[in-house]
Design a protein around this ligand. Structure first.
Ligand SMILES: N[C@@H](CCC(=O)N[C@@H](CS)C(=O)NCC(=O)O)C(=O)O
Length: 213
């Protein structure tokens, strides 16, 4: 095994995005294996039978199968930008919990409203907007979600808000959330985010690609 940890990732997966952002902000290099979700490599299935991405295999063999664990592991190694700032840690965890439990539920239904006939697309959007309103209110107080610099809350939540906005950009940018729109736009142009979104072909045996600086 190489001495680098190995990240199984999927470019468009918001969970994998937060893991890649965590690794980049922590300045941790990893071997990156881009996964085609319809054709997962046996090496991934072997170390993680639940077979979701992201998965990070550390060089001692430990397997981290949850995106939050990967962010936290990366930032525990090195946190030069203080994303794990102790004073916001608890609030960040609560916000990411709400993102993963509540907001993601409505996001999926808004995104695939044609598959969920109980409510209309607009109703699903309004359900998701409850979380967006909370973010808007936080962003009236600070430049980023919990303070005036990037924290783990921003990288944990941003990929999901991006996905919500991209269901219908015209609708999103006409919602009354100017601070949230500013925050998202800033992220979309952020060099770390752009690096996290670089495109790679699916990994195959014999490939070796280093991700990170
Ligand atoms: N709780 C997991 C969720 C990860 C997850 O659901 N990832 C999706 C892709 S966005 C996945 O791998 N789904 C399995 C599949 O589509 O086969 C985490 O935080 O890492």
């Amino acid at each position: 095994m190489s001495s680098l940890a190995c990240l199984y990732s999927f470019r468009r997966c918001p969970y994998a995005m937060r893991a890649r952002l965590g690794l980049l902000f922590a300045e941790q290099q990893v071997e990156l294996r881009e996964v085609a979700l319809k054709n997962k490599p046996p090496q991934l299935l072997e170390i993680s039978p639940k077979a979701t991405v992201p998965v990070l295999q550390l060089n001692d063999g430990t397997v981290l199968e949850e995106s939050r664990e990967i962010m936290d592991w990366a930032l525990a190694q090195n946190d030069p930008h203080n994303l794990l700032n102790e004073s916001i840690r608890h609030a960040a965890n609560l916000l990411i919990d709400e993102n993963d439990n509540e907001f993601k539920y409505w996001l999926d239904r808004y995104k695939y409203a044609d598959r969920y006939s109980e409510l209309t697309e607009a109703k699903y959007r309004q359900k998701g907007e409850v979380f967006l309103q909370q973010l808007e209110s936080l962003l009236t107080k600070n430049t980023y979600l919990l303070c005036n610099s990037i924290s783990v809350a921003d990288i944990g939540v941003m990929p999901f808000v991006r996905q919500f906005a991209h269901v219908d950009r015209d609708v999103f940018y006409n919602l009354p959330y100017p601070n949230l729109q500013r925050w998202l736009n800033q992220w979309l142009q952020d060099s770390v985010f752009l690096q996290a979104m670089a495109k790679y072909s699916p990994w195959k045996e014999g490939d070796f690609l280093i991700f990170g600086n």
